[in-house]
Design a protein around this ligand. Structure first.
Ligand code: NAI
Length: 461
C-alpha cells in the first residue's frame, strides 16, 4: 500500500494549490518543500514582498511629491527603510503562515527537505534529520523556477544581485543598474527609484515589456522615463565586474555603466536540477523544462509537472490554474487551462495589464480587426484620483466583433483586466461589453468607453 495518494514536490502557488485541491477531492496528500516557509518564490521572495515594497515606496513618493494640490499639507517626510523591510517581512510571514494553516486544515502532510524522484511513485525527502522515502500513486513536480544565468554577469549577492536580494537591501543604493526591462526589472527598478536611487534600466530589445502590445509598451516607456527611470533600449550587455567603488557593467559597444549595484532581471529558468529527473526517466528539453503532454503527464507514468517547470508563462496564477487542472484530471478525468486567457500584470504605477492577442500578433496572423482606445485622461474617476495617465486598448474581430485582445496601462489595470478576461472567456463582442452597465464614477468606465470606441462611438471624447 502506498503511503499517500499524491505527493507534491514544491509548495509554491502551483504545488500548494494542487495539494489543497487534491485534499478537497478526498486524496491523502503529502507535500515536500525544501524551505522552512511554505508559499514558494511568490510568497517568500517574489510577488508578495515586491508588492509590499511597491505599495510602501509609492506611499513615500506620494507623501513627498503630489499631496499639496490635494490640499493635504504634510510635515517633513522621512524614510525608515528598516521599518519598511520589517513590514514586508510581516506580510510575507502572514502569507507563508497562511499556507501552513491551509495545509493543516486540509490534512495535508508536510515534509521539509529536498524532494528527489526515486522512480515511479517514489520520492526521497532529503531533510536535516536524514532521508525519508515516501510512496504514492501519483507525484506532481512543482519545483518552480530560479533566476536564469546571464553569461558574463556572475551574481555575488553583494554588488551583483537578483530580485531575491533587491527585496531585502539594507540601504538605498545611490546608483542601481537593472539589466532587463521585464516585469521584475521595472517593478523593482521603480521601488528603488522612488526611494531615491538613480536607476538605469538596460534592455536588449528595442522596447520595454517586449511581450506586451507594442503601443502599450511604448506608452509604458514614456511614463516610466518621465518618472525618472533612465531606460536604455537596444543595449547589449557584455558582462559586469566588481570595481573598488562598486560595479561596472560593460556594454557590447565598448562603453560601460558604473553603479553601486547591478540587478540581473533577464528572465527565469525552470528549477529542474536536483530532482533526480534524468535517473528516474523524466524527459526535459534543452532549457530544462519538463516535457509534458496536454494532461501534464511526463514521460514517467504517474508523474506530472506543472507551473514554471513546464511550458507557458511563468506566472503564479498560471501555476495555480495548472495545479487545479492536473488534480482534476487525475481524480475526475477532466480539467482545463486556457493558456490564451492567462492575464499578465506588471504592478508598476501605473499598472500594465493584458490578456489575449496583441495588435502585432493579429497583424502577423492576418486576422482582420478593429481597435478601440480610450484614455484615462477622459475618465472622471481617474481625474478625481489624479491618475490620468494611460489608456485601455481593445481589439475585436472586424466582422464578428468578438474581442480578441485587451491591453491596459493605467491605474488599477491589474483589477480592470479581470472584466476583460471574463469577456474574452465568454466570447463576448465589444458591443456586449459596451452595453453592460458600468458604475459611475469608476475606472471601469474606461473599459466600457474603449469598447464603444471599437465602433467609433465613445461618449466622453
Ligand atoms: P522577463 O522575461 O519578463 O523580462 C526579461 C527582460 O530582459 C526582457 O525584456 C528581455 O528582453 C530582457 N533581456 C534578456 N536578456 C537580456 C540581456 N542580456 N541584456 C538586457 N536585457 C535582456 O523576465 P523577468 O522580469 O526577470 O521575470 C521573470 C519571470 O517572472 C517572467 O516570466 C515574469 O513574467 C515573471 N514575473 C511576473 C511578475 C508579474 O506578473 N507582475 C513579476 C515578476 C516576475
Amino acid at each position: 500500500m502506498p503511503d499517500f495518494d499524491l505527493i507534491v514536490i514544491g509548495a509554491g502557488p502551483g504545488g500548494y494549490v494542487a495539494a489543497i485541491r487534491a485534499a478537497q477531492l478526498g486524496l491523502k496528500v503529502a507535500c515536500v518543500e525544501k524551505e522552512p516557509a511554505l508559499g514558494g518564490t511568490c510568497a517568500r521572495v517574489g510577488c508578495i514582498p515586491s508588492k509590499v515594497l511597491l505599495e510602501a515606496s509609492e506611499r513615500y513618493r506620494m507623501a513627498r511629491e503630489p499631496l499639496a494640490p490635494y490640499g493635504v499639507v504634510v510635515g517633513e517626510v522621512g524614510l525608515d527603510l528598516a521599518a519598511m523591510m520589517e513590514r514586508k517581512d510581516q506580510v510575507v510571514k502572514g502569507n507563508t503562515d497562511g499556507v501552513a494553516y491551509l495545509f493543516k486544515k486540509h490534512g495535508i502532510e508536510r515534509f521539509t527537505g529536498v524532494g528527489e524522484l526515486a522512480g515511479r511513485g517514489r520520492v526521497l525527502v532529503r531533510g536535516a534529520d536524514g532521508d525519508t522515502e515516501l510512496v504514492a500513486e501519483h507525484v506532481i513536480l512543482a519545483s518552480g523556477s530560479r533566476v536564469a544565468d546571464l553569461p558574463g554577469v556572475e551574481v555575488d549577492g553583494e554588488r551583483i544581485i537578483t530580485s531575491d536580494h533587491a527585496i531585502a537591501l539594507q540601504e538605498v543604493p545611490k546608483r542601481l543598474v537593472v539589466i532587463g526591462a521585464g516585469a521584475i526589472g521595472l517593478e523593482l527598478g521603480s521601488v528603488w527609484s522612488r526611494l531615491g536611487a538613480e536607476v538605469t534600466v538596460l534592455e536588449y530589445l528595442d522596447r520595454v515589456l517586449p511581450t506586451m502590445d507594442r503601443e502599450i509598451s511604448r506608452e509604458a516607456e514614456k511614463v516610466f522615463s518621465r518618472q525618472g527611470l533612465d531606460i536604455r533600449t537596444g543595449v547589449s550587455v557584455a558582462g559586469a565586474k566588481r570595481t573598488k567603488q562598486g560595479v561596472s557593467v560593460e556594454l557590447e559597444v565598448g562603453s560601460a555603466v558604473k553603479a553601486d549595484l547591478v540587478m540581473v532581471a533577464t528572465g527565469r529558468a525552470p528549477y529542474s536540477e536536483g530532482l533526480g529527473l534524468e535517473a528516474a526517466g523524466v524527459e526535459t528539453d534543452a532549457k530544462g523544462f519538463v516535457q509534458v503532454d496536454d494532461r501534464f503527464r511526463t514521460s514517467l507514468e504517474g508523474v506530472y509537472a506543472i507551473g514554471d517547470l513546464i511550458h507557458g508563462p511563468m506566472l503564479a496564477h498560471k501555476a495555480e490554474d495548472d495545479g487545479v487542472a492536473v488534480v482534476e484530471m487525475i481524480v475526475t478525468g477532466a480539467g482545463h487551462v486556457d493558456y490564451d486567457l492567462v492575464p499578465n500584470v506588471v504592478y508598476t504605477d501605473p499598472e500594465v495589464a493584458s490578456v489575449g492577442k496583441t495588435e502585432e500578433q493579429l497583424k502577423e496572423a492576418g486576422v482582420p480587426y478593429r481597435k478601440g482606445v480610450f484614455p484615462f485622461q477622459a475618465n472622471g474617476r481617474a481625474r478625481v484620483l489624479g491618475a490620468t495617465e494611460g489608456k485601455v486598448k481593445l481589439l475585436a474581430h472586424q466582422q464578428t466583433d468578438r474581442l480578441l485582445g485587451a491591453h491596459v496601462i493605467g491605474a488599477r489595470a491589474g483589477d480592470l483586466i479581470a472584466e476583460l478576461v471574463a469577456a474574452l472567456a465568454f466570447h463576448a463582442s465589444s458591443e456586449d461589453v459596451a452595453r453592460l452597465s458600468h458604475a459611475h464614477p469608476t475606472l471601469a468606465e474606461v473599459v466600457k468607453e474603449a469598447a464603444l470606441a471599437v465602433d467609433g462611438r465613445a461618449l466622453h471624447v
